[in-house]
Design a protein around this ligand. Sequence first.
Ligand code: NOJ
Length: 557
Amino acid sequence: MADIKKTWYKEMCVYQIWTRSFCDSNGDGIGDLPGVYSKLDYLKELGVDGIWFSPIYPTPNADYGYDISDYRNINPEFGTLDDFKKILEGAHERGMRVFMDLVVNHTSDEHEWFKESAKSVDNPYHDYYIWRKGKGNRPPNNWLSTFEGGAWEYNPDIDEYYLHVFAKKQPDLNMDNPKVRQEVKDIMRYWLDMGVDGFREDVITFISKREGLPDGIPLPVATGVEHYKHGPHLEEYLDEFKRDVYDHYDCFTVGEGPMSDIKMAKDFVTEGPNQKLNMMISFEHMNANCFMVDWVKTPFNLIKLKSTLSKWQYGLYGKGWNCLYIENHDHARIIERYGNINYRVESGKMLAAMYFLLCGTPFIYQGQEIGMTNILLDKLSDCKDVMTFNNWRIFKKLGYSEKRFLKLAKDVSRENSRTPVQWSEAENAGFTTGKPWFNINPNYKEINVEDDLKNPDSILNFYKKLIKLRKENEVLIYGKYKEYDHLNPFLYTYERVLGNDRVLVVCSFKEGSVRFKAPKGYDLSKGELVLSNYSDNKIVNNGFVTKPYEVRVYMFK
Ligand code: NOJ
């Protein structure tokens, strides 16, 4: 095998918390840190080794925390710094690490730096952001935001525009300014010194913009992205952060890289003197049922999914490390994307094993472990996400009625992953005793943590087994990956091999049955079935006929 360096971050399984919808302790309808604290034992029981908090800093909530107004404090809706320190201590006591979301491509427009920067062109903070003169009555270039219309906002007081590649309340920082990089490094140190174990770095690959900010190729959204998706100084700045900060701590970094490809990932995560990040969050494998962005739906294509996963598995093996995920706060629930709601439990388990047993560090998003599903919102005014409203403007122009749009949103929007976690059958799913800030999925009486904990065949208990299995078998962490039967449009079959240990993972993405035949060199009768989602696991002719969304994991020693 390639010589893989063993380290803690490769062996862990991370749980992502989007605090607002996790657990409310004080009845104000909003999830909070004491709520998280009350669930630390639950997370420990599940078997996770680390918690990643989506941003929990003060924020005006234009993008629910991805618009930070103070990098050194806690959103008062969620609690206090002391509440956070208590979690840090509680997590560490239980052997779990804590990771913060570091959002430094942009701040909130309510951050002090921005308020100062907007006061005058001579203000010392002016150059913290990307301000430019317009071209006559027009903005400085044709860039469009990912979230809402143009990427420039005019400030008549100083007769300049500022750049925001996301919402207009998220002005982009000018990372070319050494003072800004110094601030960023100080923020990193502030949290690391407090005991935080690392960062998930939000759209970190966008932080360097091409000099001169040239016009971009016109697109429906994000025009100009080619000028900052991998900007000229990105690598230099990441090297600087690593050299000046990360190298001095036992911490880990996972960088979000929208539109990143395997080549870029290799450049960034290959271990050695030029490594910039420990892992990269790629979006490619989330495009198996859409074209480029979630809102442009296409039929699910297993071969596309397998091609992408295999490309990253082969590409990084022995060089760097993969970040494995199938859900987060930016996507609809996976069962409704790659699984089948009519086989919620079966497909939920199959999908879990499918990604979890690949080579990399698996991330679980809150609610994924009980197979939470999407939500149909009745009216636009029930929606919460800036991206939904932006898409409404686009789809309205295409002739969509509100009703038709909400039906589409039910399949693709980020609202789906942001409904409160369903803890029990109690009122408001046990999430809050007050009025929840956002609709609770009405299916909480059938889908909730309490029931899943009691039911040995639940998705939750399947995740527990999966986490334990991975932890107890190095082959599932460091083993080499190989895919079989690539052109099969219904089955995903792969192996992991380490020394004499071999594991064969067979996943069916079909509602009907498919004949699976073990690859050459495998005798199923000699293997131990270590995980499956049906109780009948007969082997016929060194294979089997699959049941809907069946998964089997055989181990050979
Ligand atoms: C990526 C985050 O995951 C997403 O939720 C956010 O809206 C954008 N970055 C902007 O910060």
